[in-house]
Design a protein around this ligand. Structure first.
Ligand code: CTP
Ligand code: MG
Length: 218
């Protein structure tokens, strides 16, 4: 098998509201996307396609699309034919650890179509109507908060992303599209430390963790 990564960095970062696309905001002394690239290198995944905002210069980068799924699709198309295992990762998760990539990929060998990083939900989760009236409380022991990396058999991910545009656009992660086709998706336990930088508060936390004098996560 040959594995490769698609690092999606083409979002605008509207909720962060910085002066540049989110993945290019400097955190801990380097552009955010570089932290994930370093973790991929440490995991010995050296074939990486970074998907960047159209018009952005990055050696080896490919242009993203209007939605995350389109960006993933563009990245996938740029991978050499022999690649049959793909790990998709958000550049917005700079605290990812190398072992998580390896753990996701190894689940594919054990028979999964997709293996996705996930943290156990620690809050009680309730469902409420538009009127804010609670209709049920979910069984927390079965709930997972989904992250990236997400590893896929390439053929499965290609089929998942080939579904009608409306289906693809509505998906909030790629694994959802595999589920829709009846694929076997397994969760790989991760930590809340692998959070996604979404808001200015998240960026402050990431800076505290990555900007430590020891030089990051050491
Ligand atoms: N992403 C992408 N192409 C898009 C949208 C998102 O490559 N058209 C990437 C982002 O760069 C990010 C990851 O997908 O690494 C997760 O998306 P999100 O956190 O939503 O980032 P943004 O879309 O940039 O942020 P926002 O939704 O606040 O605009
Ligand atoms: Mg977004």
């Amino acid at each position: 098998m040959t594995s490769a990564a698609v690092l999606v960095a083409a979002g605008s970062g509207e909720r962060l509201g910085a002066d540049r696309p989110k993945a290019f905001v400097v955190v801990g002394g380097r552009p955010m996307w570089e932290w994930s690239l370093a973790a991929l290198a440490a995991a010995e995944i050296d074939r990486v396609v970074t998907v960047v905002p159209p018009g952005t210069e990055l050696p080896g980068g490919v242009a993203g699309g209007d939605t995350r799924s389109e960006s993933v699709r563009n990245g996938l198309q740029a991978l050499p034919r022999e690649v049959d295992r793909v790990v998709v990762h958000d550049a917005a998760r700079p605290l990812v650890t190398p072992d998580l990539f390896a753990r996701c990929l190894s689940e594919l060998e054990a028979g999964a179509d997709a293996a996705i990083a996930a943290a156990r939900v620690t809050d009680t989760v309730k469902e409420a109507g538009e009127d804010r009236v609670v209709v049920r409380t979910h069984d927390r022991s079965r709930l997972w908060s989904i992250q990236t990396p997400q590893a896929f058999r390439r053929a499965v991910l290609e089929r998942a992303l080939a579904q009608p545009d409306a289906v693809v656009r509505a998906a909030t992660d790629d694994a959802m599209l595999v589920e829709a086709l009846g694929g076997r998706v397994v969760v790989v336990e991760s930590s809340p430390a692998n959070f996604k930088v979404t808001t200015p508060h998240d960026l402050e936390v990431a800076e505290l963790l990555l900007g430590r004098p020891a030089g990051g996560r050491g």
